[in-house]
Design a protein around this ligand. Structure first.
Ligand SMILES: [Zn+2]
Length: 220
């Protein structure tokens, strides 16, 4: 049998700040570093067609929720900066997800680690009840409808307790953002690809230009 698809897990996740260790106010964002609770649960799977990457099927699974305490660096973008980038909250969420993907995939170059040593998540600083995980889609819906929109990009250490990656991330964040903009600007793709902001079918067609504008504001 010739299998022309691969299976990708659909997971629900949540990140909650437990303790702040350090913070830094930059003109474009607030960077912080501390301890977080990460909860994750695989809730289903998607069948993705090879080549075209289209979704050709899906299903649900019921697996136990995994929780761990670890260290994380995170950055929160204030409303004034967001307003300069786009009036559409949906575009901003797609752009922020693109930036999250980009930073997660670039950070290992600075930290000399594997991409799997880090986890990432776009959430906010006023999340749902602790331990209540949500899929990318339901998180997007929640962020779309939140009274206050304080999106936060989390980059966390995948090793329980942390092995020092979050502290380094907090230090290199300004360089990481600059390198992110460089990578995005020099990538020849039109709408995003796995080498820059992520596959277009995941982040959407507006994500790359919005991510570029966001990064310019964050670096400024
Ligand atoms: Zn690209």
């Amino acid at each position: 049998m010739n299998v022309d698809y691969f299976t990708d897990a659909v997971s629900a996740k949540g990140v909650w700040i437990l303790q702040r260790f350090e913070g830094r106010d930059q003109p474009g964002y607030v960077a912080e570093q501390g301890e977080v609770l990460v909860a994750e649960k695989v809730v289903g799977f998607k069948k993705i067609k090879l080549g075209t990457m289209e979704n050709v099927g899906s299903g649900e699974v019921d697996l136990p929720q995994q929780e761990m305490q670890t260290t994380s660096a995170w950055l929160t973008v204030p409303p004034t900066i967001l307003a300069r980038v786009s009036p559409s909250r949906e575009e901003l969420i797609d752009g922020l997800r693109a930036v999250t993907y980009l930073l997660h995939h670039l950070a290992p170059i600075f930290l000399l680690c594997d991409v799997r040593d880090l986890g990432s998540w776009l959430g906010d600083t006023t999340p749902a009840e602790a331990g209540a995980v949500a899929t990318r889609e339901s998180t997007k819906t929640r962020l779309m409808n939140a009274a206050e929109f304080n999106p936060t990009i989390y980059l966390y250490d995948s090793h329980a307790g942390g092995i020092g990656l979050a502290e380094r991330l907090f230090e290199i964040l300004p360089d990481l953002l600059r390198r992110g903009l460089e990578t995005l600007s020099t990538c020849p793709c039109a709408f995003g690809c796995p080498s820059c902001v992520g596959p277009v079918n995941e982040v959407g067609r507006r994500a790359k230009p919005i991510a570029a504008r966001l990064l310019r504001e964050l670096i400024a």
